[in-house]
Design a protein around this ligand. Sequence first.
Ligand code: MSP
Length: 671
Amino acid sequence: MSRQKIFYHTTPIYYVNDVPHVGHAYTTIAADAITRARRLRGHTAFFLTGTDEHGQNIERTAREKGVPPQEYCDGITARFKSLWARLGVEYDDFIRTTDQRHAHGVERFWELLARARTPDGRDAVYRDHYTGWYCPRCEGFKDDGELTQPGNLCIVHELPCEWTEEENYFFRLSAYEDWIRREIENDRIRIEPAGRRNEVLSVIRQGLKDFSVSRARVKWGIKVPGDPEHVLYVWVDALSNYITALGFADRGERYRSFWEGASERLHLMGKEIIRFHCLYWPAMLKAAGLPAPTRIFAHGWLTRGGKKLSKTTGNVIDADQLITAYGADAVRYFFLREGSFGQDWDYTDDAFVGRFDADLANDLGNLVSRALTMAIRYCDGRSPARPVPMPKTSGIEEELQNDASRAALVAEIYGRYEALDFSGALIRIWNLIGRLNQRIVARAPWEMAKDPARREELHDFLYRLIEGIRVVTVLFSPVMPNAACKIMGMLGVTEETARSLDWGLVDPGVSFGPVEPLFPRIRSKKHDSAQKATRNVESKGEKGGGEKMPDDQKSNTVATDSVDDRIDIAEFARIDLRVARIIRAERISGANRLLKLEVDLGNETRQIVAGIAEAYEPEQLAGRKIALVANLKPARLRGIESNGMLLAASVDGRPVLCTFDADVPVGMPIK
Ligand code: MSP
């Protein structure tokens, strides 16, 4: 176990000018998961979220609804809190910018700014006259480059900006340019992913301009101390939440531990607001003599049909409906597993259902129900005796029993959580689940059960299997806390054991069960076979659970299969496998994992869609020979027809193309 550290994790505070949506949920689920992961690792972590309730937009929305602003904010904030409760999000504090404690903290912060001197000895805050274009939606002033003509429209909102002349307070950001650049270059403020870091550095290279930190025209906000004609600019008000929530106003214990004393002060957010967090916020903190954030992670945007989510255009994903239909854990799993956290990705219902059935119902659900059903049947409903010596066989359950190899696996998975590579962590965990499923088939405990002389072997195997399940459950518990709790309940383990990654903690003799289905399939198996080709191409993670076992040992969520899963040569001969050559490859917009390939089969050219974009650049592929299933029924992936499927292995979820070790003619059958 690494040395205990203190972490501070935040989401943006969300505007209350609309009800919460799935985009907000995305950041919040991620913050909840990283917090839980760090606590499992033995660290102390504090997780803050909240709502941003001031500003002209909110004032206007409340007016349009005919309610006083505070009452309006109370209503929407309650909706945020209820969504987080439904999603199993456990924050340590929820800050509202209309809280008294926030106002007090902001006033203290302003006092520090108002008397601060820049590194070159000037006032950090000064009064000046502003004339220019102002976008009330962004609540910000716009340069010519940020306007579209005619009409002086804001490039973000495509709405007319207003010509404004005001006397305002300004913050001398320009004086902190060198300091910010150095902090970012030296990773004292770590901006991730790397692309975002470069983006911020390039903004700095173009020169930072001072920005106005007060508004004379806005009423709904925190008054500038000593100048009640002005309210604080909504972003100054909002950014301060990260310290006011910790009790900055009187520099309390929480503030000292989790801001000043934290090993990592991590702000999570969507990519559109990094400039405020990477430039304004650290510079203001520096001016006030306070520590800056140490890590800023900007995740990508969730789209649907390749388009921005928007209520106005009806392009929405209804988080509430998804939770009602499939449960919070499935929603959490899908959002963290499906996309790469730093990148934009496109949501589809089909992908949601596909992943639910394949990863949750099949791989995980079956593993748990098979193992427990067998343990209950073959060991009188109790945990078998703990096998002490390492067995001679070598499978994943032995790898997990061995302290050194388990520690390496755990470190790797935690490393991915720490890097906020949630899909990477889950792919690795599902690889373990797949291997445990495969071991059930390979060891065939139902055969051992027929022979009384193999009783010990059977009990040893089942003990290791159950412990293996417990360990992988601990590993995915940051993402699916409810399912983890349910599984631990079925295993009858103590709360402490349910969080531990040590081996051999399931107590012999403890009663198991009853076995409840965890994730009942959404689609029937029949529908699945029809879709299999599609899923194979789309799917990125390794799949276990495809193995077959006797009917009576299966989960009640799975349709029956026969014991002998082998096929005869005639069945294999029905598959037309051929050598093909890739002519060209291109990316598919909105589908991060898919490439569209044109392939030569000797006597014809085909278009196929393959899920290999994360492992291969399109330019690398032209000319390569691949193995292709040529008689697969066509399928449409993201609206593009695919006429065949290439063969690839999957190593930790990364596809690896099957190739030939000598030159082979295009079109040649593979037998
Ligand atoms: N109030 C400001 C933030 C102040 S923080 C000091 C704000 N609020 S917001 O309600 O607009 O929330 C923006 C955040 O919601 C994004 O940064 C992101 O975390 C999340 N998302 C909103 N829509 C999203 C997607 N479509 N996809 C992913 N996340 C997005 O900006």
